[in-house]
Design a protein around this ligand. Structure first.
Ligand SMILES: C[S@@+](CC[C@H](N)C(=O)[O-])C[C@H]1O[C@@H](n2cnc3c(N)ncnc32)[C@H](O)[C@@H]1O
Length: 222
């Protein structure tokens, strides 16, 4: 039976770490033992990245979705859904609700990224979802359209700080009053922006994914 494929994140970074590890092992073997330290460092980072894509982020998904008080009738948006990790996970928690994913489908962020791959995963998982092209910086939905907005490992890929904040404002805009936002991401802390926009932080915690501290925040709109 075919299994869903939720994609390998940051494939170029993973490839470069693997090349670095192999190169340093060869240098340690043939040139100087001092290269053994960097070889082990590169191997650890590559291993962590692969483990995070294949196992770690599923645990992170479950912890995030468990922190949302589901009724089952929610309209849910996954921003930067990729292969549908949160989109499909959220859809499984709905009864009469509907989950929608948007993405700009960058291969550099997730190998084999496409709307078709996500649709195929949803079919294999036995859930119905809506998948649209859409940029986090200009979310193609009306104000207050969603009860729950989720996002996993997507927003740090917006490198310009002002554009990243614009994406957070867009996420806040499309969330209904009383609705929830739940985000997993690396590098940046988003809570201060949402607090300025009238959200309260319900839960937050940090784990280690992709060899990087990874923050999860769950917030409620006033
Ligand atoms: C590392 S992947 C994570 C995908 C999925 N959320 C997951 O956790 O498996 C990052 C995703 O963010 C998407 N992305 C990057 N910038 C985006 C933007 N400005 N708007 C929407 N999606 C974006 C990429 O195309 C990619 O699918």
């Amino acid at each position: 039976m075919q299994k869903p494929n939720y994609g390998i994140d940051a494939p170029t970074v993973l490839r470069n770490l693997a090349i670095g590890a192999i190169g340093c092992y060869l240098l340690a073997l043939f040139v100087a033992r001092g290269f053994l330290g960097p070889a082990i460092g590169f191997s650890f980072a590559a291993g962590m990245m692969l483990w995070s894509s294949l196992a770690g982020k599923f645990r992170a998904r479950d912890a995030l979705l468990d922190a949302i008080p589901w009724r089952g009738d929610e309209r849910v948006l996954d921003v930067g859904c990729g292969h549908g990790l949160l989109l499909i996970g959220a859809a499984k928690r709905l009864t009469t609700g509907r989950a929608t994913g948007i993405d700009i489908w960058q291969d550099v962020d997730q190998a084999g990224n496409s709307a078709g791959a996500t649709r195929h995963n949803a079919e294999l998982e036995g859930v119905s979802v809506e998948i649209r092209d859409g940029d986090a910086r200009a979310i193609p939905f009306d104000d207050a359209a969603f009860d729950v907005v989720v996002s996993s490992l997507a927003l740090h890929n917006i490198y310009d700080a002002a554009e990243r904040e614009q994406a957070l404002r867009e996420i806040a805009r499309v969330t209904k009053p009383g609705g929830h936002i739940a985000i997993i991401d690396i590098r940046h802390a988003y809570a201060p922006v949402f607090e300025r926009l009238g959200f309260t932080v319900a839960k937050k915690w940090t784990t280690l994914l992709f060899a990087t501290p990874t923050r999860t925040i769950v917030m409620r709109k006033a």
